[in-house]
Ligand binder design. Structure first.
Ligand code: ASP
Length: 330
């Protein structure tokens, strides 16, 4: 029988009554209501709303998950849905393994009609125990859909089908309690496991119309890297070009899109503030990675030595982003 270790972190699935207290991991597992087809070990890891998970929590989680998969167990992480797309992608960068690592949660509290926690947990356990779900990287399983961590996003505040992978779709589904994989990613998210130093500081700035650059000025020397969630396919107001170029001379600056789907362009628009202009002034294209995931990749790269006394390793950082852009070039 497959072994699966369940890490409970809190979140809606454990938020009976909706107040600050969260149920124990054992109480969450007891709510499953069916006997799992796996040998399950529980780690009651944290009891928090997922918005309060810290970098230290996530670094400690990645460490324990890495040790668990190295010992031959699949993993299910149960947490709040608000930050699942970030936690799952970070684990994907830090835990390169053949064992399934699955992140799940719930949209409805366990005491509300139609609570989805038990069904999501049952599906996640089936995926984590499923031999056909190995070598897929970290997965997010909710509403019987199996998503790749690098693609998945929370797209709705309350819907139980909130998770989607824009531009790609889910890798598979869970049918009659069994995982069915229809698509496989062409590569792992990281070529080798990256490190994560909670002390690294990467800012994320989302541009809005009329932006005068005050937030960019505030980046100054406070941060080791910056992600700009720019307009459209990677465009910024002309007045921000010089400040961004100045920053990119000192720290890595990644150009992402605030649109929610699709890749940043590289050479379609060429005027000041266009993607071509910005990339030629030293910014790194995020490709299809959304801004929050781009921030975590940059954070992990900077934690793994992409920064040195002589500056930062722009080619190395650009290659790590290109590795995930689907061109097959990196
Ligand atoms: N959806 C929230 C979360 O992500 C709910 C909570 O505060 O528990 O954790």
């Amino acid at each position: 029988m497959a072994r699966v270790t369940v890490f409970t972190l809190g979140g809606t699935i454990s938020a009976r009554g909706g107040d600050a207290a969260r149920m124990t991991g054992a109480e969450v597992l007891a709510g499953l209501g069916v006997v799992p087809d796996a040998e399950v070990e529980l780690r009651d890891f944290r009891r928090l709303p997922s918005s309060s998970l810290s970098f230290e929590d996530l670094a400690a989680l990645a460490h324990e998950v890495r040790e668990t998969v190295a010992a031959g167990s699949g993993v299910v992480v149960v947490q709040g849905t608000d930050t699942i797309e970030e936690t799952a992608f970070l684990l994907d960068l830090l835990c390169v393994t053949t064992e399934p690592i699955v992140v799940t949660g719930a949209m409805r509290r366990p005491d509300l009609p139609g609570a989805d926690g038990p069904a999501n947990l049952a599906a996640a356990l089936a995926v984590a125990a499923g031999p056909g779900c190995r070598d897929l990287g970290v997965l997010v399983v909710l509403a019987d859909e199996i998503h790749a961590a690098r693609l998945v996003r929370k797209t709705h505040t309350t819907s139980v089908t909130t998770f989607a992978s824009p531009g790609a779709g889910p890798l598979g589904t869970v049918v009659e309690g069994e995982p069915r994989i229809l698509l496989r990613p062409t590569t792992t998210s990281a070529i080798h496991p990256l490190r994560f130093d909670p002390a690294v500081r990467v800012a994320l700035i989302t541009l809005t119309v009329g932006d005068r650059g005050e937030l960019l000025e505030a980046v100054d020397s406070r941060f080791d890297g910056l992600v700009v969630a720019a307009f459209g396919a990677g465009h910024v107001p002309t007045r921000l070009v010089e400040p961004l170029a100045d920053l990119a001379a000192r720290i890595p600056v990644v150009l992402a899109s605030r649109t929610g789907a699709g890749a940043t362009l590289t050479r379609t628009y060429r005027g000041p503030g266009s993607e071509y202009d910005l990339l030629h002034r030293g910014l790194v294209p995020a490709g299809p990675l959304d801004p929050a995931k781009a921030r975590l990749l940059l954070h992990a790269l900077l934690s793994s030595g992409a920064k040195g006394p002589a500056g930062y390793d722009r080619p190395g950082i650009a290659a790590a982003f290109a590795h995930l852009d689907g061109t097959g070039l990196a």
